[in-house]
Design a protein around this ligand. Structure first.
Ligand code: 1QQ
Length: 378
């Protein structure tokens, strides 16, 4: 009987010790053979912009698989859906920070969401990396906020400048969504770029998310006969705008921001998408070995080519993995410091460094849609 009790106590002690080990792995820590970390993801997985989130989470899962196979870092992803809304993004962030105890967050997808989530992550000392948030001021939210996506303030002037060079543009019309942080930021950059290049802005029209009829705005634009339309929209509104523009006989090119740089625009607008000009660090036709390896692996896994949102997410997780190696453990503050030191990281987007604000430094290329496909605008 005594022996039995003793054996029982030993068994309990062993179980408690084992449970303790399991627990420390779950919240991140040193797994012995490298750093093990839980990374939260907030992504736009359901709703009208779900293709953005699909590309992002697909690429994150691919990167996770590759990184874990390499063995130096082990990443567990905890993926939450924001449905493209700040409220849901905030609940997701609170869950990831407080219940899941993640070491860092990737996302959310939209700047409109990041404006709400960024300050919460920052106040809680949780590093947060936007891989698609492009409005002005995102990295400035705080020391824990980073992004590897090209800001509108860089992308828009590059596209407008190229269109002016190639087409001799003098008059532009601007159209933008006035209920979203990203589309408003895009508008600011469009207005600035037009002014800097001495272009005449013949009219500025606005719309809202989910709007289905743009005839009133487009008719006014048509009457003023601009040489180019600058349109700041997410793909679901942007594609419909292009379609309705072509339907009423507007055939001038469009310059769009990051939201327009999605295969969804071609999917929804068809031929009407021809003539769209965007600036991006990502092009699947890039012949670099790293890019082609990623394109092949992504295609094998998901049966389609990765878009800009996939590429930015893919590099994003690798940047976090590199920083975890440098940090040496799954510690939020150490990871933040390591992320801030990101310099000359070689990714599929090219060479990435963060400036002193945590913003990305990169050069975009300009693409245009012709015959139903994105190609280099030259
Ligand atoms: C932002 C964006 C969108 C296009 C992401 C999908 O750039 O909200 O900042």
């Amino acid at each position: 009987m005594k022996r039995f009790v003793k054996g029982f106590i030993v068994l309990i002690i062993v179980m408690v010790v084992l449970a303790g080990c399991g627990g420390s792995e779950e919240t991140g820590g040193d797994s012995g053979s490298g750093v093990s970390a839980k990374i939260g993801v907030i992504s736009y997985i359901t709703g009208p912009g779900a293709a953005y989130g699909e590309a992002i989470t697909s690429a994150l899962e691919l990167a996770q698989k590759e990184i874990n196979a390499e063995g130096e870092v082990h990443i567990e992803l905890v993926i939450e859906d924001s449905a493209g809304t700040p409220d849901q993004a905030l609940s997701a962030a609170q869950k990831l920070i407080n219940s899941e105890n993640v070491t860092a967050i990737i996302g959310p997808t939209l700047s409109t969401e990041m404006e709400v989530v960024g300050p919460i992550a920052d106040q809680n000392g949780v590093p947060i990396l936007g891989t698609s948030t492009t409005a002005q001021g995102i990295p400035e939210i705080g020391d824990y906020v980073f992004r590897d996506s090209i800001p509108e303030s860089l992308a828009i002037p590059a596209s407008v400048q190229k269109a002016v060079e190639k087409l001799g543009v003098k008059k532009v019309a601007i159209m933008y969504g006035n209920d979203d942080v990203f589309t408003k930021a895009g508008y600011d950059s469009m207005k600035q770029a037009a002014e800097d290049l001495g272009l005449e802005i013949v009219t500025t029209q606005t719309f809202q998310k989910g709007q289905s009829d743009y005839k009133a705005q487009l008719t006014e634009i048509k009457d003023l006969a601009p040489d180019l339309i600058l349109c700041s929209a997410l793909y679901n509104e942007g594609a419909v705008i292009m379609k309705q523009a072509r339907d009423i006989g507007i055939d001038v090119p469009f310059v769009g921001g990051n939201g327009f740089n999605s295969p969804q625009v071609i999917e929804i607008a068809g031929d009407a998408a021809n003539g769209l000009i965007v600036a991006t660090p990502w092009f699947t036709g890039n012949e670099s070995e790293k890019v082609q390896e990623f394109v092949t692996a992504y295609k094998e896994e998901y049966g389609k080519e990765p878009d800009q949102f996939a590429a930015q997410a893919y590099d994003g997780l690798y940047i976090v993995a590199e920083a975890l190696k440098k940090a040496g453990e799954a510690d939020r503050d150490k990871l933040r410091d390591a992320l801030a030191e990101t310099k000359d990281f070689e990714g599929v987007l090219g060479t990435i460094s963060f400036d002193e604000e945590g913003d990305v430094v990169m050069d975009p290329i300009v693409l245009t849609i012709q015959d139903g496909a994105f190609g280099i605008y030259e």
